[in-house]
Design a protein around this ligand. Structure first.
Ligand code: UDX
Length: 457
């Protein structure tokens, strides 16, 4: 069958897999190929057990795979055969050398740029979809311009999807952003990308900007979102000292339409692969340009996030008579948020490690993230066990710490749970999702975040 367009996605992770699948789903006339260097990951995309859990994604894959969506490890041939290439490779924080712990590690990205250069036989549009530091497109253009006979047009098209909501986010995006060069070829390339998205996104939501604004806007969007969470989490510490209630404060502040009520849920801290990494990138960029005050300002968002996790541990220790040695603590939830199995930068990792340092015994429970949790805690010294069933997990525990806002945790039978726990039984609700008064009535000592605790002593 002859397809209207041949599109390639390089990188089959949390962004590459779902976003390319969505294009295939919405554009049956296009052939979409997704490649990755990891054969196991590609095999998983080709199986019934997809490598990531994302609600609704399996149905999209089932409808497209083998028809106009293909997963492959043949990167070289795929580069040759496709003229529109989305780059979805990961850009983790660099852990060595200059910029260690802050800058983005661009080795995968650069390898990809060089592969594209080496294997292309005709002109290509290369689209940066992963989050890259500002001016990455320029470096990409410089590498690609080494081939004088083929034209490469580089666009920036950052992905704003949020895990757990990816399908809905991609189907109804707030905006699709395309950064392009104001040249004849740049505009042509932009129009080709617009045409792809216009298959399902209303034209007014597809916006253009210069490439650098596009790259920067992605970092700044994530920094603003994370800043809101750190703002509310910082105030939760003050609420705990003053008997104010963070849920009431958040509701009142959020009712100001200028502020808005989204992203004001207090938590044990934000996690995920993007927020911390992108803010560190932003901070690094500001320091590079000697904007130290600006860098310090954004760094504060990360500091508060770390502080919130440390405070959670201090609250557990204080409440449990300053010792948890030999006590059994159940972690309800390990994913960095609900509806995903992803645990990258999850506060649960830090909390589990700290509890083990205090020589507590921990039981980790999560409906989707146990495989990742096991990998995250591999080699950590201490007693850790894993079970998906929350009722099994809480047996004989002295305390429960709710770390992920899975809907199922709200509806657990806490009478039954209380009966099986060691007394006095404690609950630390790191997401404020439970009915605290009811739990207190059952007999629990309840420690929400940013609210007065309900204790029986
Ligand atoms: C984020 C951005 O939302 C998305 O636009 C971008 O493309 C990638 O980064 P993601 O990391 O998938 O998406 O999840 P998000 O829903 O933003 O949550 C991030 C973290 O913040 C989670 O740990 C979540 O639990 C936490 N959070 C979120 C809060 O603690 N409180 C809130 O009110 C909202």
């Amino acid at each position: 069958m002859k397809f209207e367009k041949n599109i390639l996605g390089i990188g089959a992770g949390y962004v590459g897999g779902p976003s390319m699948a969505m294009i295939a789903c919405k554009c049956p006339a296009y052939k979409v190929t997704v490649v990755d260097i990891d054969p196991l990951r590609i095999a998983a995309w080709n199986s019934d057990d997809l490598p990531i859990y994302e609600p609704g994604l399996d149905a999209i894959i089932a409808a497209t795979r083998g028809k106009n969506l293909f997963f492959s490890t043949d990167i070289e041939a795929s580069i040759r055969e496709n003229d529109i290439i989305f780059v979805n490779v990961n850009t983790p924080v660099k852990m060595f050398g200059v910029g260690a712990g802050m800058a983005a590690d661009l080795q995968y990205w650069e390898k990809t740029a060089r592969q594209i250069l080496q294997h292309s036989r005709s002109s290509k549009i290369v689209i940066e979809k992963s989050t890259f530091p500002v001016k990455t497109a320029l470096a990409m253009e410089r590498i690609l311009s080494n081939n004088k006979t083929i034209r490469f047009d580089v666009l920036s098209n950052p992905e704003f999807l949020s895990e757990g909501n990816a399908v809905n986010n991609m189907e109804n995006p707030d905006r699709v952003l395309i950064g392009f060069r104001e040249t004849e070829n740049g505009i042509k390339a932009r129009d080709i990308l617009v045409e792809i998205y216009a298959n399902w996104v209303p034209r007014e939501r597809i916006i253009g900007s210069n490439i650098w604004s596009s790259e920067l806007s992605k970092l700044v969007s994530n920094a603003f979102l994370a800043q809101r969470i750190s703002s509310i989490n910082a105030i939760s510490a003050l609420c705990e000292k003053t008997d104010a209630d963070i849920n009431e404060v958040a509701m009142i502040v959020g009712m100001d339409s200028r502020v808005g009520n989204k992203f004001l849920s207090v938590s044990v801290g934000f996690g995920g692969s993007c927020f911390k990494k992108d803010i560190l990138n932003l901070v690094y960029l500001c320091r590079h340009y000697n904007l130290n005050e600006v860098a310090d300002y954004w760094e504060g968002v990360i500091k508060i996030n770390q502080y919130q996790q440390e405070r959670f541990i201090s609250n557990i220790l204080n409440a449990m008579f300053n010792t948890i040695t030999g006590k059994k603590i159940c972690l309800l939830g390990f994913a960095f948020k609900a509806d995903t199995g992803d645990t990258r930068e999850s506060p649960a990792i830090f909390i589990a490690r700290r509890l083990l340092e205090e020589q507590a015994e921990i039981v980790v429970s999560d409906p989707k993230a146990l495989k990742n949790a096991r990998a995250d805690l591999a080699g950590v010294v201490g007693k850790v066990s894993y079970t998906e069933d929350p009722y099994e997990a809480v047996k004989d525990c002295h305390a429960i710490a709710v770390l992920t806002e899975w809907a199922i945790y709200r509806d657990l039978d806490f009478h039954k749970i209380y009966e099986t726990m060691t007394k006095p039984a404690f609950i630390f609700d790191g997401r404020n999702i439970l009915d605290h008064k009811r739990l207190f009535k059952i007999g629990f000592n309840v420690y929400p975040i940013g609210k007065p605790p309900l204790v029986h002593f």
